[in-house]
Ligand binder design. Structure first.
Ligand code: GTQ
Length: 351
């Protein structure tokens, strides 16, 4: 039996749509394909920021205004396909932050979480929860959601690092708060190293509780420890064809990811090793801590030197080839996607 065919003209449909509009109604069938694509197509583009190009401009910003004046003196890494949106990937913010000798980035707190990957300088500190930590090259540092934090530079050279924040995610949920401290620097109530001793030495208090709720109580994962673990792990078995040698930063309280919204890990690609293509639904921000490597991301190929930052948009094939032993720091929204049951990956053939 034939179904009745409505014989509406394009004009009749348009007229119907025009009458829907004032009622704040819209026809799903005109937008359904865009709402339910067969697979993700990220709006972000693969991109690389060479530190050699960005650094002079970052240093110039140090002459232009103080950290106090700026509150945070940061050059935002804007994805070229998302101009003006302060996004490196569709869901992650990234920036290069500079603190000149003697300066303080004043204490504040916000519900977005922040992470830092230290690039340059030996004498920068960040203070979190009444404790200071010195930030050294390659260190992974965490500012938990709603924790007071200020940064300073006690040395004679500029200090710079990569910032990562979940700002676009928090903005999407419209759940962001921000507050200023009543002083430039927070009061220090614990000696440096306290958190690492209690939680980051393969030991735990009998009743391990994080001061920072869902975020790890360790707020500096020193590169020295991370690097040593990766190098030792590489001796135990051959690198994984897709992941090379990868370890993730974990929360010692539950073994999960270190932060509730941003996943962070480090990949060691031994010199001469080439990974097979892999893609995952999380868009990844990566910074080369040490070494020299090529990252093929989608149809782009980037030669990464130390401190270069690249982004791999979600569901984009990526593969690495190391020219020297390379230590690649990565972060993404993978942990959030996993919790929501959305995260997927696909592994291409290993040649
Ligand atoms: O260091 O607290 O890149 O609040 C952007 C916002 C850094 C910070 C950023 C921030 C910070």
């Amino acid at each position: 039996m034939a179904t009745a065919q409505p014989n509406s003209t394009p004009e009749a449909r348009q007229d119907f749509y025009d009458r829907l509009k004032p009622q704040n109604l819209a026809p799903l069938w005109e937008v359904l394909r865009g709402l339910l694509p067969s697979e993700p197509k990220s709006k972000a583009a693969p991109h690389c920021w060479c530190y050699a190009d960005a650094r002079p401009l970052l240093m110039e910003s140090g002459e232009l205004l103080t950290a106090q004046e700026a509150e945070r003196r940061v050059l935002v890494l804007e994805n070229p396909a998302l101009p003006g949106m302060s996004r490196a990937t569709s869901t992650m913010y990234a920036g290069l932050q500079l603190i000149m000798p003697g300066e303080t980035a004043p204490a504040h707190r916000h519900s977005p979480s922040a992470l830092r990957f230290m690039l340059e300088g030996e004498a920068a500190f960040t203070a979190v929860g009444g404790e200071r930590t010195t930030m050294r090259r390659g260190d992974f540092i965490i500012t938990p959601s709603w924790a007071w934090h200020d940064h300073g530079n006690e040395g004679s050279d500029p200090c710079a690092w990569l910032d990562g924040l979940d700002l676009p995610l928090v903005a999407f949920f419209e759940a962001g708060f921000n507050e200023h401290y009543n002083d430039e620097r927070q009061s220090i109530v614990r000696p440096e190293g306290d958190a690492l001793a209690r939680f980051g030495s393969n030991m735990l208090p009998f009743k391990p509780v994080s001061r920072y709720g869902l975020t790890t109580p360790i707020f500096n994962y020193p590169f020295e420890q991370t690097r040593a673990a990766l190098v030792a792990a590489a001796k135990g078995e051959a690198p994984d064809p897709h992941e090379a040698v990868t370890l993730r930063y974990s929360n010692p309280i539950d073994g999960g990811w270190a932060m509730p919204t941003m996943a962070a890990w480090m990949t060691f690609v031994p010199a001469g090793f080439e990974t097979a293509p892999i893609r995952s639904t999380d868009g990844i921000v990566m910074a080369l801590g040490e070494g020299a490597m090529t990252a093929e991301i989608g149809d782009r190929s980037f030669d990464l030197d130390e401190s270069d930052v690249a982004v791999s948009p979600g569901w984009t094939w990526r593969r690495y080839r190391a020219r020297k032993d390379s230590f690649l720091f990565c972060f993404s929204d993978r942990v959030a996607q996993e919790k929501l049951g959305l995260w997927r990956e696909e592994r291409g053939p290993a040649s």
